[in-house]
Design a binder for this molecule. Structure first.
Ligand code: NDP
Ligand code: GDP
Length: 327
């Protein structure tokens, strides 16, 4: 029997790496789309960390290059296409709004076009974001909550989200969106608040740093683990009908509570190390996100399996191990 094939854009990112690991366990052939850099070639460090880099067919590609995406999809003949690539860091989106609109917004349209033209039977996944709720119109957000984006990133994600819905309705594509709330892991980028905290906790504990400069500690997020969230993506692709699903834990926590738990994990008091630095404040803030994933639970049978405390412990331990290796 031929293996099922998945094309993953953003395979070098956090979710791409965990999704590739999950699909390898399910015996998929994986074609990973990745950008070349003059410094490191393809940045496979996350795939290396999981020990799976050599089991993925990496192809050069960029979300901005429709012709290249068409060629990749034509040659791969995928059963499933996961669009995980994006300029994904909210704060950077104010410094690079046009690039963010192109990659995070129009990039999704390019992948949808490649699927429509070259593999219209393939199931398509779009990585939509809870940032689309932004200035949240309801205290707990579900699929019916209106969007109110608060950053160029979120505006671009709204465009990509509605384009996905439109391609489903216009062309009959099996195109689904996961409206994922924040999800983290030891493979999260260092610029995101959770990994910034766990990395700093590890460095402070090992005597490699003495302080941690932070922005708004009152912001609240519904934080889950990337391993759980890529499982939800795969479940969406197995449904007979495409649809949109909120993916969330249903528990919301402040940045202050997150960092207190991370410092406590190594028996340190955050008050001794935290400095507030306006450089980390944003022109417009998303104060609170709190998701309701009842539909994903009901239709997909999905629920998160990793608690916030387990995830913080795993992240701090992974960063301690990384820094110990370097001492
Ligand atoms: P990452 O930032 O870790 O990964 C982003 C990936 O996109 C990287 O592989 C990056 O490649 C790639 N990429 C960026 N620009 C381009 C481009 N122009 N062409 C091709 N590839 C590109 O993000 P995550 O894994 O955390 O998130 C996956 C997706 O889910 C993203 O779309 C994100 O916006 C979305 N999302 C994430 C949430 C989260 O909490 N993690 C929540 C909701 C949505 P390179 O390695 O070369 O930089
Ligand atoms: P986001 O939800 O996609 O923007 O994910 P982030 O991890 O970047 O930010 C989550 C929240 O943490 C936001 O409300 C930020 O304003 C807040 N935050 C507070 N201090 C920091 C910081 O130093 N870095 C980052 N990245 N976020 C911070």
């Amino acid at each position: 029997m031929t293996k099922r094939c998945a094309v993953i854009t953003g395979v070098t990112g956090q979710d791409g790496a965990y999704l590739a690991q999950l699909l390898l366990e399910k015996d998929y052939r994986i074609v990973g789309v990745a950008r070349r850099s003059s410094h490191y070639g393809i940045a496979t460090h996350r795939l290396d960390w999981l020990g799976i880099a050599d089991r993925i067919e990496i192809v050069d590609g960029d979300l901005l290059d429709l012709g290249g995406l068409c060629r990749i999809v034509r040659e791969a003949r995928p059963d499933e296409v996961y669009n995980l690539a994006a300029q994904s860091f909210v704060k950077t989106s104010w410094d690079q709004p046009v690039l963010t609109a192109q990659a995070t917004g129009v990039g999704a349209l390019n992948v949808l076009e490649a699927v429509r033209l070259e593999a219209p039977e393939a199931h398509f996944y779009q990585a939509s974001s809870s940032e689309m709720f932004g200035l949240a119109q309801q205290p707990v957000q579900n699929e019916a909550t209106p969007f109110y984006p608060r950053s160029p990133y979120a505006v671009a994600k709204v465009f990509a989200h509605w384009t996905t819905v439109n391609y489903r309705e216009s062309f009959g594509l099996h195109a689904s969106s996961g409206i994922s709330f924040n999800h983290e892991s030891p493979l999260r980028g260092l610029e995101f608040v959770t990994r910034k905290i766990t990395d700093a906790v590890a460095r402070i504990k090992l005597g490699l740093a003495t302080e941690l400069r932070m922005g708004n500690l009152d912001a609240q997020r519904d934080w889950g683990h990337s391993r759980d969230y890529v499982h939800a993506m795969w479940l969406m692709m197995q449904q007979s009908t495409a649809d949109d699903y909120v993916v969330a834990t249903g528990r919301t926590t402040t940045v202050r509570e997150f960092l207190t738990a991370a410092f406590s994990h190594v028996d340190l008091n955050p008050d001794d190390y935290i400095r507030i630095d306006p450089a980390f404040l944003r022109p417009a803030e998303v104060e609170s996100l709190h998701g309701d994933a009842a539909k994903a639970r009901r239709v997909l049978g999905w629920s998160p399996s990793i608690s916030l405390e387990q995830m913080i412990g795993e992240m701090v331990e992974a960063d301690l191990a990384r820094h110990r290796d370097r001492i």
